[in-house]
Design a protein around this ligand. Structure first.
Ligand SMILES: Nc1nc2c(ncn2[C@@H]2O[C@H](COP(=O)(O)OP(=O)(O)OP(=O)(O)O)[C@@H](O)[C@H]2O)c(=O)[nH]1
Ligand SMILES: [Mg+2]
Length: 359
């Protein structure tokens, strides 16, 4: 077996069996930067090829991170709770935890950093996490990366960039690489679907090393049950524009054909949706909702779910004093301030959650 690793995903290369992971048709030449076939297909054809790693592989790998290292944990601002993964810090137990809250470019510009930081600190504390610092960044726009590099430099230790899959770890590291050298742009493979990085990827950083790591694929997330086209469509490309609907008790809203929200009862209230613009919201009367869904699934109500999808109902009582968010991992969230009851219909594989409003 070679000791050569794919520079795109970290997987250990082999050139003997093209049906096995990390195959390359090229000779295993120590002096060349090589990509495996999977990375090649993802980078050039945008083809989704699922991760080879099981959850157990992931845990085994993460547990080898040394205690003394700095952990830079990357959180996706668009699914904070879903990407916190408190178990990582149980496995690794570093005293040097830093948080990069990524994808800041997607938040409405009107939202102040201070407010989000305060909320984020509180959410992290609820999970028992006490980071040394929180950094708001947009890897996509290369914002905040230089400051982060300065902080990592002062840490004066090896750094492991960890977190849930698809939070932007490799995108951050690619920017760090180009900030530090005239290296070829974006050597590490980044991708719109989770499960891209397959092993540690070591990047020299002064006397130390920064490691990219595979992300844990989130459970209970829409991306686990949708096709490539839909996953792409659901990811906001730019700043999310909130869309407000004034709803009355007895009305239903469909988020494309993916989620149904019944405002079961309550005084007229404003629902504000934060999703990709391509996901259209449709309103109807609750008594017509079943028929509306059957009639328009896959046409007006698109993207849509498989006909045989089993739905699960989630019910949320509202409290007029508290503005609340309902987060649907993979789609975004909506906020409501009002009283009454909401009923949410989602595929069984997706688990929503409620929190105090972020914005
Ligand atoms: N809008 C936005 N998208 C981002 C940002 N950073 C990364 N992305 C996108 O998020 C997706 C995932 O990025 P990756 O860097 O591959 O994420 P990862 O955490 O390395 O994922 P795994 O290797 O699967 O664990 C890609 O489509 C990126 O373009 C950001 O700051 N803003
Ligand atoms: Mg990655």
């Amino acid at each position: 077996m070679s000791e050569l690793h794919c520079i795109g995903c970290g997987g250990q290369l082999q050139n003997t069996d093209k049906d096995k992971p990390f195959y390359t048709p090229k000779p295993l030449d120590q002096d060349k930067d090589l990509y495996c076939m999977r990375c090649y297909k993802m980078r050039h054809y945008g083809e989704i090829i699922p991760s080879y790693l099981t959850k157990e592989d992931y845990h085994t790998m993460i547990s080898t991170i040394p205690k003394g290292a700095t952990l830079l944990k990357v959180i996706d601002i668009f699914d904070i709770e879903g990407s916190i993964l408190p178990q990582i810090t149980n496995i690794v137990q570093s005293d040097h935890l830093l948080i990069a809250a990524n994808k800041k470019d997607l938040l409405p510009k009107s939202v102040k950093d201070g407010k989000i930081k305060h909320r984020l600190n509180k959410i992290l504390a609820d999970y028992g996490l006490k980071p040394k610092s929180i950094h708001f960044i947009s890897a996509k726009k290369n914002q905040g990366i230089d400051d982060l590099l300065d902080v990592l430099d002062r840490e004066n230790r090896d750094v492991y960039v960890v977190g849930a899959a698809n939070t932007g770890k490799s995108t951050i590291i690619n920017h760090m690489i180009s900030a530090a050298s005239a290296h070829k742009a974006e050597p590490i493979t980044t991708f719109f679907a989770p499960g891209t990085t397959q092993d540690f990827i070591a990047i020299p950083f002064g006397k130390h090393t920064i490691y990219d790591t595979p992300g844990l694929i989130k459970q209970n997330h829409y991306f686990n049950i949708l096709d490539q086209t839909t996953i792409k469509l659901l990811q906001p490309k730019k700043e999310v524009k909130p869309t407000a609907y004034q709803l009355q008790g007895g009305q239903t809203v469909f988020m494309g054909g993916l989620a149904r929200v019944d405002f079961l009862k309550g005084l007229p209230s404003t629902f504000v949706f934060y999703t990709a613009q391509s996901l259209k919201i449709h309103r109807t009367k609750m008594i017509n909702a079943d028929q509306f869904y059957d009639q328009h699934r896959g046409e007006l109500l698109t993207p849509s779910l498989d006909e045989n999808t089993q739905f699960k109902v989630h019910q949320y009582p509202l409290n007029a004093q508290n503005k609340t968010d309902i987060v649907i991992p993979g789609i975004g969230h909506f906020s409501i301030q009002g009283s009454g009851i909401i009923r949410l219909y989602l595929p069984q594989a997706v688990k929503p959650y409620q929190r105090d409003a972020l914005i």
